[in-house]
Design a binder for this molecule. Structure first.
Ligand code: NB4
Ligand code: NI
Length: 188
């Protein structure tokens, strides 16, 4: 299982690389990597396991964060939440997006950033995405709200972009034009 010691931190060059497309069908190694990412986010939201293994909570994690520059990430929102989503995305792409933006009023955090970086992170409010699943089948879906924000945070990791790159350095909480605030606690 992935532990915090396996997660690389800010300053590690892999976090600034453009990750490589993954060959399909998935190799056994890449399948195991993808499954380990989803397992991490599930474990991190389980109070007992998070306590036992000192895991930082997350709703998503991307392969570069475990030093694998591959275009794979996982998202997990517990079935009890309104989002209720369990997703592994292979070679993901945003195929279209709204003009309208959105942002978390709490700002964002990152498992690879051991400090708080306050400020709004403008993202597209609604996106249509395309990716491949573990079976190598293509899927398309429309996302909005926190899942849309989380998808963009993870896709950024595949392109060497960190959430704080989007924060207005002069005025981190400057109003964002044509944007919908999302009042979801970072829950960390
Ligand atoms: C990715 C997120 C940062 C903003 C919003 C949130 C948490 C992350 C980073 C968008 C994507 C990780 C990956 C949370 C969290 C809410 C749901 C369910 C019960 C606790 C959990 C806490 F932990 N971000 N952490 N940061 N990233 N919500 N929740 N809660 O997930 O670096 O690249 O368990
Ligand atoms: Ni992150």
């Amino acid at each position: 299982m992935i532990l915090m010691k396996d997660i690389i931190r800010e300053g590690h060059p892999t976090l600034r690389k453009r990750s490589e497309e993954v060959a399909l069908p998935l190799s056994a190694e890449d399948k195991a990597l993808a499954e380990s990412l989803l397992e991490y986010v599930k474990n991190s939201q389980d109070d007992e396991l998070a306590e036992k293994y000192d895991l930082r909570a997350g709703v998503g994690i991307a392969a570069p964060q475990v030093n694998q520059a591959k275009r794979i990430f996982a998202l997990y929102f517990d079935p009890s939440t309104e989002e209720n989503m369990s997703l592994i995305a292979i070679n993901p792409k945003i195929v279209s997006h709204s003009v309208e933006k959105s942002y978390l009023t709490t700002g964002e955090g990152c498992l690879s950033v051991d400090r708080a970086v306050p400020g709004y992170v403008p993202r597209y409010a609604r996106i249509t995405v395309k990716a491949y699943n573990l079976q190598g089948e293509e899927f398309k879906m429309r996302l909005k709200g926190l899942p849309a924000i989380a998808f963009q945070h993870e896709l950024d990791h595949l392109n060497g972009i960190m959430f704080f790159d989007h924060i207005n350095a002069e005025n981190p909480f400057a109003e964002i034009e044509n944007a919908t605030p999302i009042e979801r606690g970072s829950g960390e």
